[in-house]
Ligand binder design. Structure first.
Ligand code: FES
Length: 142
């Protein structure tokens, strides 16, 4: 079996799909390898992510990883969300085929991009907090 049951579940029944009209942060990232796009909406109160929604023009693995990632960060603090790696999301899904690992990067980056937007809207420089969100090979080689 190529995909785990959890991947198939999150692909066929993705959680948190949609938009948040009055989001506190919106992030959009593209996957350099396939051209797929992911948009992430965050609602933030204090330092807690109270709601999250995503929209993607992406493959099944991108949908499943985003669905799982949104489940993992909903209700967590900003710093917990920033620590969520694509590896942790893949593990939570019981793995992905190697050729699909790059798809999971999209969700992680979209969360970081949305948090950057959140800080930027408040006049805070996001880079020292959120770090680099560019999809460069060097960042994902380890
Ligand atoms: Fe593009 Fe998976 S092939 S995100």
């Amino acid at each position: 079996m190529l995909y785990s049951e959890k991947v198939l579940d999150h692909f066929t029944n993705p959680r948190n799909v949609g938009e948040i009209a009055d989001a506190d942060g919106v992030g959009e990232v593209g996957n350099a390898k396939c051209g797929d796009i992911m948009r992430m909406y965050l609602k933030i109160e204090g330092d807690v992510i109270t709601d999250v929604k995503f929209k993607t023009f992406g493959c099944g693995a991108a949908i499943a990883t985003s669905s799982m990632a949104t489940e993992l960060i909903k209700g967590s603090t900003i710093s917990e969300a920033l620590q969520l790696s694509n590896k942790a999301v893949v593990e939570a899904l019981d793995g992905l085929p190697t050729s699909k690992i790059h798809c999971s990067v999209l969700a992680e980056q979209a969360i970081k991009s949305a948090l950057s937007d959140y800080y930027t809207r408040q006049g805070i420089d996001p880079e020292p907090i959120v770090g680099c969100i560019a999809d460069c090979e060097a960042c994902h080689e380890h």
